[in-house]
Design a protein around this ligand. Structure first.
Ligand code: GUN
Ligand code: ZN
Length: 430
């Protein structure tokens, strides 16, 4: 049995702070005991040490331990189009995104980007991610292989569409079924990999291919589901035109049995109360991607309406419509956008850390496995340490309270402050 105690300051949020305010757990001098890749104890260093006097200690004082970040919405084939600013969703897709994604017909190109992608996740402290693969089976397999080699936990799927994109990105419903079934067989439940059925969005999917998605979910218990929903006004209008018999956007997915406990809908900015009520009843989640929503001018998440109806939400970066891989930056964006909207929710540091960690695990049905430092969970850990002479170093020296320290980390820390990352107790190369 391999055991180690990590000694440093430590934060985690083991309960939902929207329901239970004051859920932030902080230890100025913590001991985090890891045994065989699991959390065996988490508390003040002195007491953890006293109970485990023979276990080796890694002294990391001067920095802060956090649970590994969980990104609930990110696109693997969009690494190289980050930063294409100045357009709304549909124009951005046509101009930059779809041509880039067509390149993934070439599996060698896909392998190169898969490495850039997993490096991007790890370097920013993301240990678990729900990922849109590519429209091609072989390059989606390359993503799974790269994540497995890096040791990251990903839930991903081949992107399905049969209309309105570039012709080379379309599959027939039969091919969508065949390729997805093979990928599920090859990767779902292998190590830390899980599969998610992934239609791109209702705009690019006929009823026939959405029907295939429903069949894949029914035939493969445990497989997750992800897509886009209610992102921009123009998109919602177009979906209403294409599906005139459905009462709203969510109804298109519901009709095919796609809105369940393991369904994560990216954005949901332009939502209605009727949709929110049904999402809550079906226990689906929203992936909130505030950086992307601002960059593409999509709108601001109605967070209070999500909370009032009881719809779960967690954070996603939405690389490459978003602003990068950083989940800390994403948390800050969520805070800033809520500040800017008249009915915004006043997010505090505990909400930001919850949204970047445990909330994501809950959205993915992985809350027993990861998301905080409760005993028995996987030791998915990020070590944040301010580089010498950085603004974070200055703030950390002066933080008047634990809350201030954590909100300062969300405000000014970036990838240069992520010094070490572990998944299931194993260091990840960053
Ligand atoms: N809707 C359909 N495809 C996409 C995409 O790639 N990014 C975003 N943000 N929205 C989408
Ligand atoms: Zn997206």
């Amino acid at each position: 049995m391999t055991s180690e105690i990590l000694r440093a300051a430590l934060f985690h949020v083991p309960r939902n702070p929207f329901r239970t305010p004051g859920s932030l757990a902080f230890h100025e001098d913590a001991g985090l005991l890891i045994a065989n890749g699991r959390i065996a104890a988490c508390g003040d260093y002195a007491s953890v040490r006293q109970s485990h006097p023979d276990v080796a200690v890694r002294d990391l004082r001067g920095g802060v331990l956090l649970p590994g970040f969980i990104d609930t919405h990110i696109h693997f084939p969009q690494v190289r189009i980050l930063g294409c600013l100045g357009h709304g969703l549909l124009e951005w897709l046509q101009r930059y995104t779809l041509p880039e994604e067509a390149k993934f017909a070439d599996v060698d190109y896909a392998r190169t980007i898969a490495n850039e992608f997993v490096c991007g996740l790890a370097a920013h402290g993301t240990t678990t991610a729900l990922v849109f693969g590519s429209h091609f089976a072989a390059s989606t397999a390359a993503l799974f292989e790269a994540a497995q080699a890096a040791g990251l936990r990903i839930v991903a799927g081949m992107v399905l569409s049969d209309r309105m994109l570039l012709p080379e990105l379309h599959q027939s419903p039969e091919k969508a079924y065949r390729d997805s079934t093979r990928l599920i067989r090859d990767f779902h439940g292998t190590g830390r990999l899980l599969y998610a059925v992934t239609p791109r969005f209702a705009l690019s999917c006929s009823d026939a291919i959405l029907e295939v998605c429903g069949a894949l979910l029914r035939e493969n218990p445990g497989v997750r589901f992800q897509t886009h929903l209610n992102e921009s006004r123009a998109e919602v209008k177009e979906v209403a035109r294409l599906f005139p018999r459905d009462a709203d956007y969510l109804a298109v997915y519901e009709r095919h049995g796609l809105a369940g406990r393991h369904s994560v809908f990216a954005h949901n900015v332009q939502t209605t109360d009727a949709e929110l009520e049904r999402m809550a009843a079906n226990r689906c989640s929203t992936s909130h991607c505030p950086g992307s929503n601002a960059a593409l001018g999509s709108g601001i998440l109605p967070m209070r309406r999500h909370l009032a109806r009881g719809v779960h939400f967690a954070l996603g970066t939405d690389v490459g419509g978003g602003i990068g891989f950083g989940m800390l930056k994403e948390g800050l964006q969520a805070y800033l956008l809520q500040r800017l909207t008249p009915d915004g929710f006043p997010l505090a540091a505990e909400h930001l850390l919850y949204l970047a960690t445990l909330a994501g695990a809950e959205a993915l049905g992985l809350e027993r496995e990861t998301g905080d430092f409760s005993e028995g969970k996987s030791a998915d850990v990020v070590y944040v340490r301010a580089p010498r002479n950085s603004s974070l170093a200055a703030v950390m020296r002066n933080a008047p309270s634990a809350e201030h320290l954590l909100s300062a980390i969300f405000t000014v820390a970036d990838a240069s402050c992520i010094e070490q990352v572990w998944v299931e107790g194993r260091p990840v190369k960053i």
